[in-house]
Ligand binder design. Structure first.
Ligand code: PLP
Length: 383
């Protein structure tokens, strides 16, 4: 049996995207070349930019192609630092390491926007902090806040955050990497100055993503070289990736209703697991969450053991977020949600995807119940 339920780590590329990318790769042409081959490639880049603009309610000219979520958030933070006015960074307590670690390494002081025990950013904290903000000392306020959390799927009040920031003359970066393709995302309505997204989270290729930059947002290149992307991201474009990204975002946006329908399977899985393990804790339970994401903890059942037990049964789920070393890494949000250390060590994530099936849900529940039945007697002894 092989069941994949780790779609927040990466999801299956859509077949139409593979076909479009293969067709692009069989052509030749650098988008910067002036001859007919170059012009065809340039046209393909601009078609993708327009598809992204339509899907995310952004002006195509504000879309900068990058290699994905990590590069996009790094680029945005680099822009505000290079522009000079920002002297300290605020990041939410549940940001992905792409934001949190880049902020840490920026050399600027970093303040943490706390979240509720349900994993939602506490905007009353932000309002108080901005009230006390002294622009002469603290510089231009800057906040990085994700639209949807990668581990627990909680949706964050980004538009309200944008209003607070803008009233204080500040700037907002929204990391929409886990939201695009899963819920409607509207750059214009969000009020964000920057918004990051990544193709492999919604049926596009790995290694292709983008940053939307509002027209008046500070801009500075992270790399230097050719003038591609109006100098905002120099280097020959990842043409096939960009073509795949544009088509994938269009297809994902057209099927948002299907994605929303995953909510019933999400809730069925939670109910099925809870029926066996009434002491299960569902993270973010009281908050609005992505339709596909379940983050749960069974007291005493360590995440790595649970993930391995499921893997042996042929079901791929994850502990915390995916990380490059391939190790089972702990939940980042456990601490932010003030879970006990025992519970934080038990958090696992199950994430459905656009191609998940009823059979996947049934197989997961069966495998999970069998694994739990084996481990449960030992859990109650140690508790
Ligand atoms: C919220 C969030 N931001 C950023 C990233 C990094 O994206 P990428 O893998 O495209 O670099 C991820 C990936 O898991 C993510 O979930």
């Amino acid at each position: 049996m092989s069941v994949y339920l780790d779609h927040n780590a990466t999801t299956q590329i859509r077949p139409q995207v593979i076909a479009a990318m293969a067709a692009t790769m069989s052509e030749v042409g650098n988008p910067s070349s002036v001859h007919q081959h170059g012009q065809r490639s340039r046209k393909a880049v601009e078609v993708s930019r327009a598809q992204i603009g339509r899907a995310l309610s952004a002006r195509p000219e504000d879309v900068v192609f990058t290699s994905g979520g990590t590069e996009s958030v790094n680029l945005a933070i680099n822009c505000v630092i290079a522009a000079g006015g920002v002297k300290r960074l605020i990041v939410s307590a549940i940001e992905h390491s792409a934001v949190a670690e880049f902020a840490e390494k920026s050399g600027l002081p970093v303040e943490i926007l706390p979240v509720s025990t349900d994993g939602v950013a506490q905007l009353d904290w932000l309002a108080r902090r901005l009230d006390a903000w002294n622009v002469d000392v603290d510089g231009v306020p800057f906040l990085a806040l994700m639209l949807a959390n990668n581990e627990i799927g909680t949706i964050q009040p980004v538009a309200k955050a944008a209003a607070l920031l803008h009233a204080a003359g500040g700037l907002l970066l929204i990391d929409a990497t886990q939201a695009v393709g899963k819920i409607p995302v509207d750059f214009a309505a969000s009020g964000a100055d920057y918004m990051a997204f990544s193709g492999h989270k919604f049926g596009g290729p790995q290694g292709a993503g983008g940053l939307i930059m509002a027209c008046n947002a500070p801009s500075a290149a992270h790399h230097h070289g050719g003038g591609q992307e109006k100098g905002r991201r120099p280097g020959t474009e990842n043409l096939a990736g960009i073509v795949g990204l544009g088509l994938a975002i269009e297809l994902a946006t057209q099927s948002l209703e299907d994605f929303a329908a995953l909510t019933s399977w999400r809730d069925e899985i939670v109910a099925g697991i809870r029926a066996s393990a009434p002491d299960m804790v569902l993270l973010g339970e009281g908050a609005e969450r992505l339709p596909n994401t379940i983050s749960l903890a069974i007291p005493g059942w360590k995440r790595e053991n649970q993930v391995m037990a499921m893997d042996l049964a042929g079901v791929s789920i994850s502990a915390g977020s995916a990380c490059s070393s391939g190790k089972v890494r702990g939940s980042k949000v456990g601490g932010a949600l003030q879970l006990s250390p025992e519970l934080a060590e038990a958090v696992v994530r199950i994430s459905l995807g656009w191609n998940s099936t009823r059979d996947d849900v049934d197989a997961l529940l069966l495998a999970w119940k069998q694994a739990y039945a084996r481990v449960a007697p030992r859990l109650s002894v140690s508790a």
